[in-house]
Write a protein that binds this ligand. Structure first.
Ligand code: F0G
Length: 329
């Protein structure tokens, strides 16, 4: 009854990166093609539908930006109020623009995502608002559908799935989806879940919460993930791994995706590819079917593009001037 057209996102075969790193069967799952530009819409539509069903008048979330953008959009679609709590100065401009555009009430706290989530949980316990963070089980029920789609698109589960890990809901949802599809007989195998965190925000890799997480990939700037245990379960049951990559590696992968594949992803999404690039140096991937989850759009975080060299020539509006500037005369 409620939809903005989420899901059914393309699975795109890598044309240049895969062949070059010896992984010719590398695919990108284009979750940035969801209505608000990130995978969050798959879960948000379910959580918001349930909030409507329960007769709620408002929804509430903590967010590094994408959850807020998605919550704001679906609240607008369903005529609910949305309250979003974000870490002040650490939300990408595009995401803030979305929350503003959709009319959410934005609370910018002096603190990080972990503080925002703690406050959101406290507020949800004393106000009649639906908490739509991934601690809401309906979120994971929606997000697991991406795993179903990947199996449908490939005709089988892949061998490995590289996925960025922040609050750890999505890796948990994918694993749940692959397991359920396998049990239902739609896939013969299960993939290894390869989670990727940013080095400065890698609590699961380190085995302890990070009090002051830091990374340019603000989407995954999380120090104490809510679904930590579920993510560990996904890693262990799938014989996968959760590793960390540096901001430098993230920026390199970001540039590669944009310039060699035509995929403008946000830095958090590039972290998944950075994790694969590192593994490709150590493991033979020539026979592996690998999927990288492109969780969000590069348009969300336009400031990061400054890390790339730009080709902009400023000229008079005259053909001769353009040809001269381009070195054609
Ligand atoms: N990629 C993007 C683009 C994200 O926005 C997020 C999380 C993740 C990956 C990690 O997913 O949290 O399920 O492990 N963003 C959350 C938010 C934290 O508030 O928008 P996760």
């Amino acid at each position: 009854m409620i939809t903005l057209g989420e899901g059914e996102t393309p699975l795109v075969l890598s044309r240049r990166i895969g062949p070059r790193i010896g992984c010719p069967q590398l695919y990108f799952k284009m979750e940035m093609c969801n209505p608000t530009g990130s995978f969050k819409d798959r879960g948000m539509v379910v959580a918001v539908a349930k909030a409507v069903e329960e007769g709620r008048e408002a929804i509430l979330c903590a967010s590094t930006g994408n959850t807020a953008a998605s919550a704001a959009a679906y609240a607008a679609h369903c005529a609910l109020k949305a309250y979003v709590i974000v870490p002040r100065n650490f939300i990408a401009r595009g995401k803030l623009a979305q929350a503003i555009a959709h009319g959410a009430t934005i609370v910018a706290v002096d603190g990080n995502f972990d503080d925002a989530l703690r406050l959101a949980r406290e507020l949800a316990s004393c106000h009649p608002w639906a908490l739509v963070n991934s601690v809401n089980p309906y979120r994971l029920e929606g997000q697991k559908t991406a795993a179903f789609e990947i199996v449908d698109q490939l005709g089988e589960a892949p061998d490995m799935v590289f996925i960025p890990v922040g609050n750890a809901g999505n890796i948990s949802a994918y694993w749940q989806g692959f397991v359920e599809y396998h049990r239902a007989g739609y896939a013969r195998q299960l993939p290894r879940m390869m989670g990727v965190q940013a080095e400065g925000a890698a609590p699961i890799v380190r085995g302890e919460p990070v009090a002051n997480p830091q990374t340019i990939a603000t989407a995954i700037r999380v120090g104490n993930p809510a679904s930590w245990q579920l993510a560990l379960k996904a890693k262990e049951e799938s014989k996968g791994a959760i590793n960390a990559v540096s901001d430098q590696q993230i920026l390199e992968a970001y540039a590669l995706l944009a310039r060699e594949e035509g995929i403008f992803a946000e830095p958090a999404s590039a972290a998944a590819l950075a994790g694969l690039l590192e593994l490709a140096q150590k493991e033979d991937l020539s026979r592996q079917v690998v999927v990288c989850i492109i969780t969000g759009s590069g348009l969300k975080d336009p400031d990061i593009v400054q890390s790339l060299p730009a080709r902009i020539v400023e000229v008079e509006a005259r053909i001769g001037a353009i040809e001269e500037a381009l070195g054609l005369r």
